[in-house]
Design a binder for this molecule. Sequence first.
Ligand code: HAM
Length: 446
Amino acid sequence: MPGPGSDYFMIARVVQPANRGLQVSGKIQAVRGMNDILPEHSHLWQFLEDCTREALESAGYREIRLPLVERTALFSRAIGEVTDIVEKEMYTFEDRNGDSLTLRPEGTAGCVRAGIERGLFHNSQPRLWYSGPMFRHERPQKGRYRQFHQIGVEAYGMDGPDVDAEQILLLRRLWERLGIRAELRLNSLGTPEARRDYRAALVRYFEAHAGQLDEDSQRRLHTNPMRILDSKNPALFDLIDAAPRLPDYLDDESREHFSRLCRLLDDAGVEYVLDPRLVRGLDYYTRTVFEWVTDALGAQDAVCSGGRYDGLVTQLGGRPTPAVGFALGMERVIALIEQQAPERPPRMLPHVYVVHSGEQAERLAFEVSELLREQVEGLRLMLNCGGGSFKAQFRRADNSGAAVALVIGEEEAGTRTVQLKPLREHSEQQAVKLEALPAAVAALIN
Ligand code: HAM
């Protein structure tokens, strides 16, 4: 590696003013919209991950790990050329071979690519899940980031509404487990043919009222008119309210599919709102679409969204394979947990902090720590490293949140005993022989 005084760095320093990305001196900050998840928050992430993994694996969903980078063409073909994501939000770059690659803005396209390429869909009905960062160059605000995290779930090879219902029930159970509330919005987009007819009707309608459209909607009129229904511009609300409605254009089979789904949800007592304006921002959806929304997070209201995409596998070169899935936005779900969950999961604090001073004491401290780690199941033990006076070490023990300090000085080292000192309650410190220590510590943590 070249050092700071090397030619490489001198050249970098001279060249960099023209190139914002290559700053060498000064403080380097994180990229806007890309967050650090700090230790004080990570236990909430782990709680969400653990609960979701448990819920999914117990329903037969298995984890798939996918690359963060895919060929750009995968996303433009799957998500759609004229969607916001593909038009203006992708992190796309040329690699050293001149290939156009993109940081994944979502997981469904990569999952389908992997399924086709690895033959996962042959004679089987895989139920898969994945999690990790996604990248979209959106305008950052609370709940909307440029690097955000999803847990995504996809089921292949089943075309009935039973699996749609299964996923929705799975989510209801998950929200309950996490202690959060969200409202389910539901719609059916029908087959691509039904959507084509509906699209044509929408274009006719909005063309007749073109004067009232804002610039964004004018642009969408002939590229993606259904997205006009999603407009956040209050001036358009009346016009949108009076627009043709998708349910009136549904084909009979999709209508039947949708009413069977609603019946299954009714049977299970799931509450939902039928939302004929719910169209979704990705082009691959057919039939069922849904979103779980909340008004607790300001403008960013969808915590989880998904639906059926029966045509995508063929569109990407595979054999016809119906599919349905969803992704939840982890940042948004965690914000809800922080706001709503009555009993937020506690941070895992150490049970024991080992304080020691002197060379013999240090050796005994290592011996004691290894002994306890081996013999006391579930023990969380921190060993003081980096020296320091007893006073400094006790301050660290206190800051660590440990319930008990194990104290070893030269005297204890000589007699192979350890002082067990409660840190959070007023009770006497006691001297414990090494042989009796595992049992004494085990009694403390239970
Ligand atoms: P999506 O609606 O684009 O769908 O994203 C899913 C969820 O990711 C959203 O409901 C939201 O919670 C979260 N999300 C999206 N963008 C951001 C952002 N910039 N910052 C923070 N959170 C965000 C999909 O991605 C589909 N692949 C879902 C799917 C899977 N459909 C079928 N299978």
